[in-house]
Design a protein around this ligand. Structure first.
Ligand code: CMP
Length: 138
């Protein structure tokens, strides 16, 4: 589905109380929420989600961080959702993120970067299906 993407609000942002402000920015940018869940991942679940990065040097750090506190997982809908959402969140490293982007506004480092956004239509579907059953998105 090319009009859908998947996001997580990460533990750094939920623990700092940024969840509401980030959701507000997402909705004001024209995305509608098709599924949403407040959940804490185990290390095993975080490792499975980020399996593609298993050989990267930051994998252990990423899994520890992503299982350190609650996240908000959501499926979002908008025309051109994947590309538009990546523009809205900004570069992976917040130091390189454009002014006004979610990562510029709320992230502190490349690891603790406030939000995730799918990088392709295919991954948007895979990642949404990781968190939500067919009964849970509309
Ligand atoms: P995300 O878009 O969720 O996808 C993979 C994540 O790995 C990325 O955001 C970052 O949080 C994390 N990541 C990428 N590069 C690094 C790095 N060099 N050091 C630590 N974490 C990283």
């Amino acid at each position: 589905m090319s009009n859908r993407t998947f996001t997580m609000i990460k533990p750094d942002a939920t623990s700092k109380g940024y969840t509401g402000a980030i959701l507000d920015q997402i909705i004001k940018a024209g995305f509608s929420v098709k599924a949403m869940k407040w959940i804490k991942l185990s290390e095993e679940q975080a490792g499975l989600f980020y399996n593609i990065h298993r050989e990267r040097p930051f994998f252990g750090e990423l899994v520890t961080f992503m299982s350190s506190g609650p996240i908000v997982a959501a499926i979002l809908e908008k025309d051109n959702a994947v590309a538009d959402f990546r523009t809205l969140i900004g570069a992976t490293n917040p130091a390189q993120a454009a002014e006004g982007t979610i990562r510029k506004n709320f992230a502190s480092s490349i690891g603790e970067n406030a939000v995730h956004g799918s990088d392709s239509n295919e991954n948007a579907t895979l990642e949404g299906d990781f968190f939500f059953s067919k009964l849970e998105h509309f």
